[in-house]
Design a protein. Structure first.
Length: 186
């Protein structure tokens, strides 16, 4: 059974991207897939002088990326790019030199913002980074999710049918993408 990591690019407890990411597993039609969230909140700032003596939290993070068949990244846009915390996590995953955990690892990206065009610039930057990593990144559907708090119920479920369709389209395409580029032997 393929396992897909979900990595949220925000470390805020109240992250709207986390609210959206939490909905994704419930919209998957393929029952033969599992999900786990990959946390980046406690990672220190990457420094190559730590190579060979990594903090445990960084080793655990890298092992988690390596343990999944693909990664969905749900990220906000900060200052027309990705948040520093996400870039830092990607730097950790890309090291030590020659051991980039994203090389060959299928990825799918999306983002949520309260504006209609938000995260487009961030997603382009993220695509460039993942391309450099030689990660096959899903091209379509591009997903720039327009977040409205009143679309979600108290239990975190997404009530708006049109928005459910947008997320369902994205996550089911992401599962197919992972299955295509990281086939799992049974
Ligand atoms: C430092 C900072 C920079 C931001 N820059 C942008 C931006 O360039 N484009 C945008 O659409 N929103 C921007 N925002 C607003 C975010 O979209 C908004 O804070 C959103 O809630 C962040 O997602 P999160 O709640 O998942 O962290 C910025 C927010 C912060 C804190």
């Amino acid at each position: 059974m393929p396992k897909i990591g979900i990595l949220v690019g925000s470390v805020a407890d109240a992250s709207i991207n986390r609210v959206v990411a939490n909905v994704l597993p419930s919209l998957v039609t393929d029952e033969d897939v599992s999900f786990e969230f990959i946390d980046i909140k406690d990672l220190p700032v990457y420094n190559y002088e730590l190579d060979g003596n990594w903090p445990q939290v960084a080793t655990d993070f890298k092992n988690q990326v390596e343990g999944v068949d693909g990664v969905i990244i749900v990220t906000p846009e900060y200052s027309r790019s990705i948040p520093g915390a996400l870039k830092n996590a990607l730097d950790w995953a890309s090291r030590p030199w020659g051991q980039n955990s994203f090389t060959g690892k299928p990825t799918a990206i999306m983002g949520a913002s309260i504006s209609t065009v938000g995260t487009a610039a961030a997603q382009q930057h993220l695509r460039a980074i993942l391309g450099h990593f030689n990660s096959p990144t899903m091209g379509q559907p591009e997903t720039f999710f327009h977040f409205a708090a009143d679309s979600f119920g108290q239990d975190g479920s997404l009530q708006d049918e049109n928005q459910r369709a947008v997320l369902s389209n994205f996550v089911n395409a992401a599962v197919a993408h992972v299955n295509q580029f990281a086939p799992v032997s049974v």
